[in-house]
Design a protein around this ligand. Structure first.
Ligand SMILES: [Zn+2]
Length: 54
């Protein structure tokens, strides 16, 4: 089952934990979306937000 482990590892690497600015809950978001400054959707309160990079 090493293939599955590889796959999970890759998926994990592409996910970033972000904090929702509205409800302060954390959620997993795709790294590609976060790094490109795309709109993210909070699964807890359904707010749309963007992570700003400094
Ligand atoms: Zn939220």
């Amino acid at each position: 089952m090493s293939y599955l482990n590889e796959l999970l590892k890759k998926v994990r690497e592409r996910v970033s934990i972000v904090e929702c600015p509205v409800c302060k809950e954390t959620s997993k978001q795709l790294m590609s979306k976060v790094s490109q400054g795309l709109v993210l959707c909070c699964p807890h309160c359904r707010a749309l937000f963007v992570i700003e990079h400094k």
